[in-house]
Write a protein that binds this ligand. Structure first.
Ligand SMILES: [Zn+2]
Length: 435
């Protein structure tokens, strides 16, 4: 299989060169934000820090974090590091509460952004020969425009379809022979449902690659989309506060998303204590942008939980890979002093044959001890009647979860379809502790 790399110079740099480049760009960014953004200057001053104090990448830990709350307080243009005259595009992210977040781009930012998107699209297998159907909603949201300009940068043909109208999506897909589908993973499932209902064989479509982002999704969902749409489904990561899509994306190895480290410095922190965790730890991703002009972000707390892998990837890229996001730091449970994310348990369960991805966690406290009980649904035909086999199966699942979490659990098997269906995380976790 052809393995094209969009920007070999920046995607395949030796580690020491990446770090040298990051330090230079970080220092330049800090000088600019200190001079031009009141919020940063005030926060640095409060800590008695000036940009010159940052002389190595590890000094990054001395800098204050930036949160969504900072962006809200400086709404709409307070975090811009250039005069509005130099801004050529404005996007915004939907605020779940209150005002949305406003982000801006200079001409140069747009060029950088398009190239970052071109990188992960190329890594996923998109070429100038492709026809890219973008089924993200066009508008203030960064997804559609990000992928649109990235496709044009590569030289592929873009169909700016926008979201919704699934029947028309399918008609266009058939008639225009779209080879690449861009949307959220859940919308890809919707399209697959409709294709099935219409009796269309997905193999008769021209789809080859799917670029799915904008929400977290599991490996099980990847397998489902790949078989039902007959394409290679890849994940990519970005958030509008940081740039939009283009922070990271999977190569064809599908073993983590390569972060464009010449544009972003990633850190993993403990979301409770805010301390920086050693390489390989699971925690909250914090990103610092080092190539953006209009809207630089210093140590932005993404609230997304992931893990970084600095190992060498088979594709030849040397950039660090982030694992699929495992949920939000807001969902974290602390059990016996250990940080537990429901998605870590889900990850274990989907890998075990006979387990359905439906589970419920009950956290309780007996005396001074926290307890965690995991109820899992099993498939129809699994040995409810054979005690010995059931015992062995339970022990195996308990051991696997214990290995991943570092917390002992009790596993209970329940009948298929007996747990409440997933309407968000709340149903999956019952915390009975009186904390
Ligand atoms: Zn790779």
């Amino acid at each position: 299989m052809q393995n094209t790399i969009w920007d070999p110079q920046h995607e395949c740099m030796p580690r020491d060169e990446i770090e040298q480049l990051q330090l230079e760009r970080l220092q330049a960014t800090l000088n600019r934000v200190y001079k031009n953004v009141t919020c940063y200057r005030t926060k640095f001053n409060e800590r008695g820090i000036v940009p010159e104090d940052i002389t190595s990448l590890s000094d990054l830990a001395k800098l204050p974090f930036t949160t969504k709350e900072d962006l809200r307080l400086n709404y709409p243009y307070g975090m811009f590091a250039v005069p509005l005259r130099e801004v050529v595009r404005i996007h915004s992210s939907s605020g779940t509460t209150g005002k949305p977040t406003v982000v801006g781009y200079t001409k140069n930012d747009l060029k950088i952004w398009s190239n970052l998107v071109a990188r992960f699209m190329t890594a996923a297998g998109v070429t100038p020969d492709d026809v890219v159907q973008i089924a993200f909603g066009y508008g203030l949201f960064t997804g559609a425009f990000g992928l649109h300009y990235g496709s044009e940068t590569i030289g592929a043909a873009v169909i700016p379809m926008s979201g919704g109208n699934t029947d028309k999506q399918i008609m266009i897909m058939q008639d225009y022979k779209s080879t690449v589908l861009v949307c959220t993973p859940s919308y890809a499932i919707n399209i697959a449902d409709r294709i099935e209902k219409q009796g269309i064989d997905p193999k008769t479509l021209s789809l080859k690659v799917g670029l799915f982002g904008g929400e977290p999704w599991s490996e099980a969902m990847r397998r489902e989309i790949e078989s039902r749409l007959s394409l290679s489904a890849t994940d990519n990561y970005g958030l509008s506060e940081v740039i939009g899509p283009g922070v990271a994306g999977e190569c064809r190895c599908k073993c983590g998303m390569h972060i464009s480290e010449d544009g972003f410095i990633p850190e993993i922190i403990n979301p409770e204590t805010c301390e920086v965790l050693p390489p390989g730890s699971v925690g909250e991703l914090v990103l610092t942008t080092i190539s953006k002009e209009a809207f630089p972000m210093i140590r932005y707390r993404t609230r997304d939980i992931t893990r970084l892998d600095y190992g060498v990837c088979e594709c030849g890229r040397t950039t660090v890979r982030m694992k699929k996001t495992m949920g939000r730091s807001d969902d974290m449970l602390i059990i016996k002093g250990v940080n537990v994310f429901p998605s870590q348990i889900e990850e274990v369960l989907v890998a075990i044959e006979g387990c359905e991805p439906h589970y419920q966690l009950v956290v309780d406290r007996k005396g001074a001890m926290d307890t965690l009980e995991v109820s899992i649904e099993v498939t129809e035909h699994i040995f409810f009647d054979e005690m010995k086999k059931q015992r062995a199966f339970l022990e195996m699942v308990e051991k696997k979860i214990d290995t991943v979490l570092g917390v002992g659990v009790t596993v209970k098997l329940v009948e298929p379809n007996s747990l409440p269906r997933n309407e968000g995380k709340a149903n999956r976790v019952i915390d009975r502790r009186q904390l």
